[in-house]
Design a protein around this ligand. Structure first.
Ligand code: ZN
Length: 150
């Protein structure tokens, strides 16, 4: 990756880490799922309010590294106001970019995370908030963890 581009991406990630967007609980009843990444110590709880098939509001809380926090922050911006199906599509494309290096133009500013692919131990940080979002949408679990208990 181009050095200037890499620095720009790092700046965007650090900005979201220092000033996370949509941080906090929602003021109305929301679905909440805690994402836990014990390998890094990231704990990100995602709150989602779904109405008429759209993500009316979304927020997150918790503590994590720069990658997990910035990813959750940018996730909330990417999916807020979107139909649920579209949010799930974005989540899948984000996952494909991080794990397979497939970058599509509709990812927008989320492409700043494409460099994470070069650091396999950080992939779970980058996808944690997205896993929690998906679980909240599907209302399948209250807690998701990157390390499956077997
Ligand atoms: Zn992390």
């Amino acid at each position: 990756m181009d050095e200037t581009l890499r620095e720009l991406y790092q700046e965007v990630i650090l900005d979201h880490y220092r000033h996370p967007r949509n941080f906090g609980k929602l003021d109305r009843e929301a679905r909440s799922v805690l994402g836990n990444n014990p390998l890094c110590g990231d704990r990100i709880e995602v709150h989602v309010l779904i109405r008429d098939g759209c993500i009316e509001a979304v927020g997150f809380e918790g503590t994590g590294c720069a990658i997990s926090t910035a990813s959750a922050s940018m996730m909330t911006e990417a999916v807020r106001g979107k139909p649920v199906e579209e949010a799930l599509t974005i989540a899948k494309k984000f996952h494909d970019m991080i794990t397979e290096g497939v970058v599509t133009s509709d990812l927008g500013s989320l492409e700043v995370f494409q460099g994470v692919r070069e650091y396999p131990s950080r992939i779970k940080c980058a996808t944690l908030g997205w896993h929690a979002l998906r679980a909240a949408i599907e209302q399948s679990q209250d807690v998701v963890t990157t390390e499956a208990a077997e």
